[in-house]
Design a protein around this ligand. Structure first.
Ligand code: TYD
Ligand code: MG
Length: 499
């Protein structure tokens, strides 16, 4: 007999504690420990026999065909899943409430039904009437989708455990499902884990593709269990900004395809519409041809994210110049300014400098250095960075541009979002090549539709802007007795050519 005392389980990572604490030592999250009964170790519906069968061990080589695929009929969804749904696989679709998960899956269900696949849509959040209302709004009432409103997993399992059952099952959402053998409330870690386990087991034995909808917390992980991400084959995030109509479906994990694929949709009155050319949508968010703006090809965890960096270099009034940074590290900005001055001869130190990462994102990566430098140069010289150029690279104290992680992922994302050119650090390669003049020479490479211009030194970036005018301006402003910026630029240039 198990002791029926209580225990505290982190709803984020699943760590178990005997005592409550404000912070989980396992994952560092706050307020994630909840009290659950100790007897509630998740158990599959029937339990199981004590004695096991012998399993057969086989060799690595063998005849295993590539998994068959069910195209969903929504090409952006197919792209993200790696070419369609795999029978017997489980997909977790995460996203903020109201972002459009139910809309996406209703449309996917209808599209799948249209290809002759039997689909079951089980909603635990909405009544049948509500789901029908959405379908009507989407113009999908004719689709042959089996619809139910249920939350008791025992009933759902009994329905799905059928050799002639549906080939695709959508559970909206996993946080509303419950197993009556557990005491915990729906949405608790025990419930979510046990229900997912049971549904995934059914998907494997009955061979249907399973969609599990999961809510996302403020911090961006799927509510409750990070554990769930390990249980499923594919994790998709459905993201978008409030007030913007675009939505991105992103594969964070995929056992059957690449994880750096994104699907782009637009939320309209008639539901989600696939966006064939995402760059058009994204560039519409920015003002083109404005100086002081530059697109940074960044990474957020495993996800590539392109963000706009805005800089304003203004003539300073009396007193010490102002520095204001939103969304980036002010120490890093000071470093970039210092390197621009010391290695490239550009004196911006006397100016007010403002830096802003558009959209409220906070960037922690040093990889943003080069994009920040480009935005600063753009503002200082009044020269817009072309709207189809993305930039990334870390700047060292001697002005060298260093390789950063995931360059390919960044480039792929930039290419995917329709950018034509990237300014990037040189590839890591055997030493010996001359790291000199940039430009159209052998340093330009092409990745798919994207032209990659390798920037080996901050001076190579500075050379892309009309610095002569800037240097003159600075020279005029500076007292004629002191050494002008132009001289310093030349000195720095000479110094570098020697090296
Ligand atoms: P929904 O799919 O219910 O979100 P989730 O399941 O992720 O919580 O979508 C809710 C939002 O989508 C709602 O605010 C209204 C909007 N919407 C449209 O703009 N157009 C549509 O055709 C539909 C069905 C929803
Ligand atoms: Mg919903």
């Amino acid at each position: 007999m198990a002791k029926s005392t209580t225990q505290y389980i982190c709803q984020s990572c699943g760590a178990v504690y005997a005592k409550w604490a404000g912070r989980c030592e396992g994952c560092g999250e706050w307020n994630t420990l909840t009290e659950e009964s100790r007897t509630e170790t998740p158990k599959a519906l029937g339990g199981g026999p004590r004695g096991g069968r012998k399993i057969e061990l086989v060799g690595l080589a063998g005849q295993s065909a590539a998994p068959p695929r069910m195209p969903t009929g929504i090409s952006e969804l197919d792209r993200v899943t790696g070419g369609g749904l795999v029978p017997g696989s489980a997909l977790l679709v995460g996203g903020d409430p109201g972002i459009g998960k139910s809309t996406l899956l209703t449309q996917a269900a209808a599209a799948l039904a249209g290809t002759g696949v039997s689909v079951a849509y089980i909603s635990g959040e909405e009544a049948v009437a509500q789901v029908r209302l959405r379908a009507a709004r989407l113009g999908l009432t004719d689709a042959n989708v089996g619809l139910a409103s249920a939350t008791n997993l025992r009933d759902i399992a009994a329905t799905l455990d059928d050799p002639n059952g549906p080939k695709v099952v959508i559970i909206d959402s996993i946080q509303t499902m419950y197993l009556d053998s557990l005491d915990s409330a729906p949405g608790s870690l025990s419930q979510v884990r046990a229900c997912s386990h049971e549904l995934i087991r059914l998907a494997k034995t009955r061979g249907f593709a399973l969609f599990l909808v999961g809510h996302v917390t403020k911090e961006g992980s799927i509510a409750g269990p990070r554990v769930m991400e390990h249980m499923v084959d594919t994790v998709l995030y459905f993201e978008g900004e409030r007030g913007h109509q675009f939505r991105i479906l992103r594969a964070v994990k995929n056992r059957f395809g690449a994880t750096d694929e994104i699907g782009v949709f637009e939320m309209t009155d008639g539901g989600l519409v696939e966006v064939a050319n995402p760059s058009a949508l994204f560039l519409a968010e920015r003002r083109g041809n404005v100086s002081g703006s530059c697109v940074f090809a960044g990474m957020e965890g495993t996800r590539p994210v392109l963000v706009e960096i805005q800089a304003l270099v203004a003539t300073s009034g009396a007193g010490s110049p102002r520095r204001a940074v939103v969304g980036w590290d002010s120490g890093r900005l000071a470093m970039v300014l210092a390197v621009l001055e010391a290695r490239c001869g550009l004196a911006l130190a006397g100016n007010d400098v403002y830096l802003n990462v558009a959209g409220g994102l906070r960037i922690a990566e040093p990889a943003a250095d080069l994009a920040v430098a480009a935005a600063l140069m753009s503002s200082a010289t009044g020269t817009p960075v072309p709207a189809d150029v993305a930039v990334f690279g870390e700047i060292g104290l001697s002005g060298e541009v260093r390789p950063v992680s995931q360059a390919d992922v960044r480039l792929k994302e930039a290419a995917k979002l329709g950018f034509a050119e990237a300014l990037a650090p040189p590839r890591r390669k055997p030493r010996g090549g001359k790291a000199g003049a940039t430009g159209k020479g052998d340093q330009s490479k092409t990745t798919e539709a994207l032209r990659v211009r390798e920037v080996g030194h901050l001076q190579d970036l500075v050379a892309l802007f009309p610095v002569d005018a800037l240097a003159q301006k600075a020279g005029e402003k500076a007292d004629s007795g002191t050494k002008g910026s132009k001289d310093r630029a030349e000195a720095a240039g000479r110094q570098r050519d020697d090296g």
